[in-house]
Structure formats: structure tokens, C-alpha cells
Design a protein. Structure first.
Length: 73
């Protein structure tokens, strides 16, 4: 059986509550930073431009290929 007094238990609960509130605020900040797409694009601008160029090249080539198939018929 526990030898803690009710006051010690209450103090422990309050300390845990304060620690949980601090952890929750830190998590909110991290989530907000991770989901800020504008900042992510600015941070990874080179990779975004390379990806957009590759996607445009692939999409353009696919469209040209399909048009070429229809022109042959």
C-alpha cells in the first residue's frame, strides 16, 4: 500500500498535469511547423523545382505519346 499522503498525491497530479500541458504546447508547435507548406516549399525550393520539372516532362511526354497514337490511326 502507498505511504503517500493525499497532499503528496495531489501535488504529483498537478505536476503531471503541468508537464502534460507543456508537452502538448510543444507538440502543437511542432505540428504547426511540420504542416506549414509555405515554409516547407521555401526550405526545399530546389527539390520542388526539380520535381515540378520532372512531372511536367513526364506529363508532357505522356500527352504527346497519346496524341501520337491517335494521329497514326
Amino acid at each position: 500500500m502507498s505511504t503517500r499522503t493525499p497532499e503528496e498525491i495531489r501535488a504529483s497530479i498537478e505536476a503531471n498535469r503541468a508537464q502534460l500541458a507543456h508537452s502538448l504546447e510543444r507538440l502543437r508547435g511542432e505540428v504547426a511547423e511540420a504542416t506549414d507548406w509555405r515554409k516547407q516549399i521555401i526550405t526545399h525550393q530546389k527539390q520542388v523545382l526539380i520535381g515540378a520539372a520532372a512531372a511536367g516532362f513526364i506529363l508532357g511526354g505522356g500527352i504527346a505519346g497519346i496524341v501520337g497514337l491517335f494521329r497514326r490511326r
